[in-house]
Write a protein that binds this ligand. Structure first.
Ligand code: HEM
Length: 473
């Protein structure tokens, strides 16, 4: 793909909302946080593929579509994933910074390349076969617990979060003790919850959010160090942590203990909510499209006869693969991503200063009618014949920071869906208001009733912003 030619423009000629001179940008940021999908769509429809949200320092720009995805994601020296200026007030060298800042999503350049190379074998197709049984076991447990609740209502999002959390912790640390698996999962969940405020206002006094986060991080870090110690004595172990401990490059370079801790925590953060959202949306879309659901169940019954899929069978279920792909096209769990310019450069014919924040969007790209016919419709069968480039279809992003665990996630999504659908039918609560952002809803999640799988497929009427996001017929 050719780089666009440099056309010098003044900043004032950049397209974007005029807003209030001082507050315009902040109002935009608030809208982006509260209603990301609606706001991104509005910006693209109103201003086109390059939009300036704020001209203040730092400047904040949206760049939409495959050519900008390519530009931003394939030039990691010019477009960094993070900068040292973020969280610059947070004291370094603490358990909290070791947990949050030692991970691939905060690393650039040679450091990122070296650490990612060491981590890759843990997520290689041959290695993730070892996680297959853990994924099946954890799913089976959840489905068995549902048995007693047949006919009653569950919050599907919460159920999926619990499941993906258990799968992540189990595959990460390979622990047999379920109580320990749950306790580590709960600790990480709690850390995610309490840390954002602590990092934003890093003031240390008794009872402050920062102090609480620091204490929780210290406790968690001590437990992980103990696990690492045990793992060093188990060279035969095949869990992710064991693989990371053993990893070394051709010069014998290994991940140090701080990196191991940071990567482990980041894998948890990056892995479970994304997968839980994808599972929740896929169920919702299937429930709203009874024909697609019936076709999928035919495929599962014919191939699996009620059993969980084996590794070989996972690649022999084309409709299941298409359903997952189509669901993540309509609702990519990561709707948008950010890059930061390391020096002044041009983008789309406009000059951008160093340190400009640029947001690209998987969601907007996936809804472009020039790439996808009837983009708002759920049509899994389109994937049986459609081929799209990595910058046109990118639920796992693309380029140097593409999700390291894309195959792991696809394996997990397919196993959970195949097992759940064969055993249960889920019915969304009638007339429930569904937000486009599961997280921001007043009552987050997706209320569903569960029934034994009886093939009585029927679309439930739903309300709310969802109706403008999917064309359900
Ligand atoms: C459906 C599930 C998932 C989706 C949609 C997803 C999506 C993504 C996306 C969009 C990125 C790139 C962000 C960027 O370019 O800045 C990413 C990166 C990453 N993901 Fe995932 N992810 C999923 C599951 C997982 C799982 C299960 C794990 C770990 C067990 C994981 C670990 C990571 C890591 C470590 C990175 C950073 C890679 C790097 O910066 O080099 N993800 N993911």
């Amino acid at each position: 793909m050719a780089k666009s030619t440099v056309i010098s423009q003044t900043r004032s000629s950049l397209p974007g909302p005029q807003g209030l001179p001082l507050l315009g940008g902040k109002v935009g940021m608030l809208q982006l946080y509260q209603q990301p999908v609606t706001y991104l769509r509005h910006m693209y429809n109103t201003y086109g593929d390059i939009v300036v949200v704020t001209k203040n320092d730092p400047m904040f720009v949206f760049a939409f579509g495959p050519q900008y995805n390519f530009r931003l994601l394939s030039d990691p020296d010019l477009f960094h994933v993070s900068t040292d200026k973020t969280f610059k007030k947070v004291p370094h060298g603490t358990a909290l910074t070791r947990l949050w800042f030692n991970n691939l999503q905060r690393m650039n350049g040679d450091q990122h390349k070296q650490q990612r190379r060491l981590m890759m074998p843990s997520f290689h197709k041959k290695q993730i076969v070892h996680y297959h049984n853990d994924m099946i076991d954890q799913t089976q447990r959840m489905l068995d617990q549902w048995q007693a609740n047949t006919g009653s209502e569950l919050n599907l999002l919460l159920e999926m979060q619990r499941l993906t959390q258990a799968v992540t912790v189990k595959t990460l640390f390979g622990l047999d003790d379920d109580v320990k698996v749950k306790s580590l999962g709960d600790q990480m969940q709690n850390l995610v919850k309490i840390t954002s405020l602590g990092l934003l206002i890093p003031i240390d006094f008794p009872g402050s959010p920062y102090r609480q986060a620091l204490k929780a991080a210290q406790k968690f870090e001590a437990e992980i160090r103990a696990i690492i110690e045990q793992k060093r004595a188990q060279p035969e172990a095949t869990d992710v942590m064991a693989m990371l401990i053993q990893a070394h490059d051709e010069d014998g370079e290994k991940l140090n203990e701080d990196n191991l801790i940071g990567h482990a925590f980041a894998l948890y953060v990056a892995g479970h909510e994304t997968t839980a959202n994808a599972l929740t949306w896929t169920h919702f879309l299937l429930e709203q499209h009874p024909h697609s659901l019936a076709d999928l169940l035919d495929e599962l019954d014919a191939k699996l006869h009620g059993a969980p899929p084996t590794i070989e069978q996972l690649s022999q279920l084309p409709l299941l693969e298409s359903v997952v792909k189509e669901s993540m096209r309509l609702f990519p769990p990561a709707m948008a991503g950010l890059r930061i310019t390391t020096e002044a450069c041009e983008l789309g014919g406009f000059e951008l200063a160093a340190n400009t924040n640029i947001m690209y969007s998987e969601f907007i790209t996936h809804r472009m009618p020039e790439l996808y016919e009837e983009p708002d419709r759920f049509k899994p069968e389109r994937w049986l014949a459609l081929d799209r480039s990595p910058y046109e279809y990118l639920p796992f992003s693309a380029g140097h920071h593409m999700c390291i665990a894309a195959s792991f996630a696809m394996q997990e999504l397919k196993i959970v869906l195949a097992m759940m659908l064969q055993r249960y039918r889920l019915a969304v609560r009638p007339n429930v208001k569904i937000s486009t952002n599961l997280r921001m809803h007043a009552q987050p999640g997706m209320p569903v009733r569960i029934f034994a799988q009886d093939r009585q497929f029927k679309r439930t009427p739903v309300r709310g912003p969802i109706q403008s996001m999917v064309d359900i017929r």
